[in-house]
Design a protein around this ligand. Structure first.
Ligand SMILES: [Fe+2]
Ligand SMILES: [Fe+2]
Length: 133
């Protein structure tokens, strides 16, 4: 099965440029991983490691941003990030060993990009807008 890559679409924008930019980088890194998984290339594991490294950085930046705008949903958001990181970690061994369940991986990535960014990140984006007004 060929894994579909992801496209940035404007409905993913949460209206905070710095975070939108990081989400675009996130999609790029996910796509690099997907391309290498599709071609069974030797770089899938290092792609995955790079993605995981960036995700940690992004979550930290996002949490610092939410703190800076006194976003009341920060504790809940922090918890969701923690769960996402655990999920990311669950794929580690399988990607390293080249036996990753691609269907599971794709549904996880889709959930992340659609539900997390559009459902969860959007909330602090809305809060940032209200505060700036
Ligand atoms: Fe995010
Ligand atoms: Fe987030």
């Amino acid at each position: 099965m060929k894994l579909e890559t992801f496209l940035w679409t404007d409905d993913l924008s949460i209206g905070v440029t710095a975070m939108d930019d990081q989400h675009k980088i996130l999609i790029d890194k996910i796509n690099t991983l997907i391309d290498d998984l599709n071609s069974d290339g030797p770089n899938a594991y290092s792609d995955y490691k790079e993605l995981a490294r960036f995700v940690i950085e992004h979550f930290e930046d996002e949490e610092n941003f939410m703190e800076s705008i006194n976003f009341p949903g920060l504790p809940i958001h922090r918890n969701i990030h923690k769960q996402l990181l655990e999920k990311v970690g669950e794929f580690d061994d399988d990607i390293r060993d080249g036996v990753v369940d691609k269907v599971k991986l794709v549904s996880f990535l889709k959930m992340w990009l659609k539900s997390h960014i559009m459902g969860i990140d959007m909330k602090y984006g809305a809060h940032a807008k209200t505060n700036a007004a």
